[in-house]
Design a binder for this molecule. Structure first.
Ligand code: GTP
Length: 596
C-alpha cells in the first residue's frame, strides 16, 4: 500500500469510556470480521483483562476502508494499555502511529487517565480527533463535555464527533475523520530497513511474536534482522498483519504495522521501543528507548513450602511473556524460600499474583511492597535497596533517598477536601490546583512509597469512586527514613518490616500492632506484638491467651453457629504460617500494612 493510503491511529480513553466497544464497531463496520465471528471486545485477549475490564497488552488490527472519496484505505489501530503502570508502553505505541481518537464518555467527562494519555499523544505529535461517546444515554451532555475538553486539555473540540459505540451512530463519520483528518505516515521505501519494536508476547507455537511499525525500507520473510539494543540477529520466518487474526504477508513496507516471528525464545530478548534493521546494516536508533525498569518490589512465598518448585515454575513461565517483571530467589528466616519480584507498579503486581494463584493454583504470601531506596553510606557508597530486610547497619548510613512522583487527580468539588487531606497525610506537597467546571484538578508531589500500598483504594473510597488518578516518576529526594521491624512473640518477622518516615513511625507502628492483634488468632499463651526501630520499641500490643473453649462465646445450644465457627477456624488454619510458636494468617501480611 502506498503511504498516502495508510492511516495509523490509537484510541485514547479512560477506562469504561468505550474504547473497546468503539474499536469493535470500527472493525465490524468495515467488514474486517464477519458478523458471525464477532465476539464482544475482540481486542482484549486475555481473560484476566476481560474480567478486570482493563487492557494490558497492546494489540493491533488492520482495517480496510473504502472512503467517501472512492479510494481504499488501510487503517491500522494500535490498542494501548490503559493503566498508569504501563506508561512507557503507551508512549511507545503512540510513537508508532500518527494520530489518536480521543474518546470521552459524554455522560462523564475528561478523567486524569485520559489526560495522561493525551499528553503522550501530544508528545508524539499526534493529530487528535475528539469523539464524544455514549450519546444514546439520556445523561449525555455534548456541550458540557466539549467545553471541558477545551478547558482541561486545551484542544479545539468544535469538530468533535458524536458517537454511540452501542448503536453504531457516528461510526461512519469516525472512519471518515480518520481518513480526512489524520496525516498519512512518512517513510522511505528505498531506504535501509528501520522498524520499531512496539510490543511482543510469547506464543507456544510460534515463539515470540513481535509487533513492529516499519519506518523505512521493507521487512521481508527470510530476512536476517538485528535488534539494535543488544545486537542479536534473527532469521525472520514470518511477517504479516492482524485482522485481528494473524494473516501472513510477504513483506511490510514503510508506514505499515504488523508482526514478525523469528524463532525467538524469550520476550526478554525483544524490548519495547527497540530499533530493528537488517543484519550488517547501520541505522540510527529511534529516540526514547529504555529497557523496562521495575519500580515496586515484594517477596512472593508459597503458603505451603512444598510448593516452592511449583512457584519457581510458574514465575519462570510468566516471566517468559513479560519482560518487565523481574525475579530472584529470596530466603526469609520467617517464610523460607521464595522470590523477590519486581513490578512496574501495583496493578502489575496484582495481575501477576492473581495469575499465579489462579492459573497455577499456588497460595501465596505477599510481603510488603517496597520501592527502591538509595542508601548512601558514610564512605560515599550507594546501594539500591529493594528489600527492607537488606537494610545495612544504621550506624554506617549517611542518608537515604526515596523516589517521588507527580500525581494528577481529577475530582468533583465536593470531595476536594478529602483528597487534599489524603495527599497531605501521605507527605504530599501540593503543586497545583485548578478548576474546570465543577471539578478540580490537583497536582501533588508525593513519595512513591506512600502511594504503592493503598493510596488508590483510599482515593476511590473517600471520593466514592469519582476521582481519577495518574502519576509519573519525577526523581529521588533525601528524607528522614528508617526501617521499622515487627516482632511477634519477641521474634522479628522480616516479611513485615517496612521503611517509614521518622515523623510517622510511631503512628504506623501503633496501627500495625493493633491490626496484627486483630489478625493473629489467640494462642494458648500471651503474645506480645511490637514495632521497633533499631533496638527501640515504638509500639506494643499484647494478644491475650485463648480461653479453653473457643465456642464458649456462642451462648447455649445454637449448633449451627458453633459449627460455623469451628469450620471458619479450620479454613483459617490452612492459610497460616508458623513463626516460632505463633501461627500468622496469610492475610495479615497485606492487611497489616493498610493504613486507615
Ligand atoms: P477498558 O477496556 O476497560 O479500557 O474499557 P473501555 O474504555 O474499552 O470500555 P468498554 O468498551 O469496555 O465500555 C465500557 C462500558 O460502556 C461497557 O459496558 C459498554 O457496553 C458500554 N458502552 C460503550 N459504548 C457505549 C455507548 O455508546 N453507549 C452505551 N449506552 N454504552 C456504551
Amino acid at each position: 500500500t502506498d503511504l498516502s493510503h495508510i492511516r495509523n491511529f490509537s484510541i485514547v480513553a479512560h477506562i469504561d469510556h468505550g474504547k473497546s466497544t468503539l474499536a469493535d464497531r470500527l472493525i465490524q463496520e468495515t467488514g474486517t470480521v464477519q458478523d458471525r465471528d464477532m465476539k464482544a471486545q475482540l481486542l482484549d485477549s486475555m481473560d484476566i483483562e476481560r474480567e478486570r475490564g482493563i487492557t494490558i497488552k497492546a494489540n493491533t488490527v488492520r482495517i480496510e476502508y473504502k472512503a467517501n472519496d472512492g479510494e481504499n484505505y488501510v487503517l491500522n489501530l494500535i490498542d494501548t494499555p490503559g493503566h498508569v503502570d504501563f506508561a512507557y508502553e503507551v508512549s511507545r505505541s503512540m510513537r508508532a502511529v500518527e494520530g489518536s481518537l480521543l474518546v470521552v464518555d459524554s455522560t462523564q467527562g475528561v478523567e486524569a487517565q485520559t489526560l495522561a494519555n493525551v499528553y503522550h499523544a501530544i508528545e508524539a505529535d499526534h493529530e487528535l480527533v475528539p469523539v464524544l461517546n455514549k450519546i444514546d444515554l439520556p445523561a449525555s451532555d455534548l456541550d458540557r463535555v466539549a467545553e471541558q475538553i477545551e478547558d482541561v486539555i486545551g484542544i479545539d473540540a468544535s469538530g468533535a464527533i458524536a458517537v454511540s459505540a452501542k448503536t453504531g451512530q457516528g461510526i461512519r463519520e469516525t472512519l471518515e475523520a480518520i481518513v480526512t483528518r489524520l496525516p498519512s505516515p512518512k517513510g522511505n521505501p528505498d531506504g535501509t530497513l528501520k522498524a520499531m519494536l512496539v510490543d511482543s508476547w510469547y506464543d507456544a507455537y510460534l515463539g515470540v511474536i513481535v509487533l513492529v511499525r516499519v519506518i523505512d525500507g521493507r521487512l521481508k520473510k527470510g530476512d536476517r534482522i538485528k535488534f539494535l539494543s543488544n545486537g542479536t540477529t534473527h532469521h525472520v520466518d514470518r511477517v504479516g498483519v492482524f485482522r485481528p487474526e494473524m494473516e501472513p504477508f510477504d513483506s511490510l513496507g514503510p508506514g505499515e504495522i504488523g508482526f514478525l516471528t523469528a524463532s525467538i525464545k524469550q520476550v526478554r530478548d525483544t524490548r519495547v521501543g527497540d530499533t530493528i534493521t537488517h543484519d550488517k546494516k547501520e541505522v540510527e536508533a529511534l529516540p526514547g528507548f529504555k529497557p523496562a525498569q521495575p519500580v515496586v518490589f515484594c517477596g512472593l512465598f508459597p503458603v505451603d513450602n512444598a510448593e516452592f518448585e511449583d512457584l519457581r515454575d510458574a514465575i519462570e513461565k510468566l516471566a517468559l511473556n513479560d519482560a518487565s517483571f523481574s525475579f530472584e530467589m529470596e530466603t526469609s528466616a520467617a517464610l523460607g524460600f521464595g522470590f523477590r519480584c519486581g513490578f512496574l507498579g501495583l496493578l502489575h503486581l496484582e495481575v501477576i499474583r492473581d495469575r499465579i494463584e489462579r492459573e497455577y493454583d499456588i497460595e501465596l504470601i505477599t510481603t510488603s511492597p517496597s520501592v527502591i531506596y538509595h542508601v548512601y553510606g558514610r564512605d560515599g557508597s550507594m546501594i539500591e535497596l529493594h528489600n527492607p530486610a537488606d537494610m545495612p547497619d544504621p550506624a554506617t548510613i549517611d542518608h537515604i533517598e526515596e523516589p517521588r512522583i507527580k500525581a494528577t487527580i481529577l475530582v468533583p468539588d465536593e470531595y476536594l477536601g478529602d483528597v487534599l487531606k489524603l495527599c497531605q497525610d501521605r507527605r504530599g506537597v501540593q503543586q497545583d490546583l485548578t478548576y474546570a467546571g465543577s471539578r478540580a484538578m490537583v497536582v501533588y508531589d508525593l513519595p512513591l512509597n506512600e502511594v504503592v500500598f493503598d493510596f488508590y483504594d483510599r482515593l476511590k473510597s473517600v471520593t466514592k469512586g469519582y476521582a481519577s488518578f495518574d502519576y509519573q516518576m519525577i526523581g529521588y529526594q533525601t528524607d528522614r527514613l528508617v526501617k521499622m521491624s515487627v516482632l511477634v512473640n519477641d521474634e522479628p518477622v522480616d516479611a513485615l518490616s517496612t521503611m517509614v518516615h521518622t515523623d510517622r513511625a510511631e503512628q504506623r507502628g501503633r496501627a500495625m500492632c493493633e491490626k496484627l492483634k486483630d489478625l493473629i488468632p489467640r494462642h494458648m499463651f500471651k503474645i506480645p506484638i511490637q514495632a521497633a526501630i533499631g533496638g527501640r520499641v515504638i509500639a506494643r500490643e499484647t494478644l491475650s491467651a485463648m480461653r479453653k473453649d473457643v465456642t464458649a462465646k456462642c451462648y447455649g445450644g445454637d449448633a449451627t453457629r458453633k459449627k460455623k465457627l469451628l469450620e471458619k477456624q479450620k479454613a483459617g488454619k490452612k492459610k497460616m504460617r508458623q513463626f516460632g510458636k505463633v501461627d500468622i494468617p496469610q492475610e495479615a501480611f497485606i492487611s497489616a500494612l493498610k493504613m486507615d
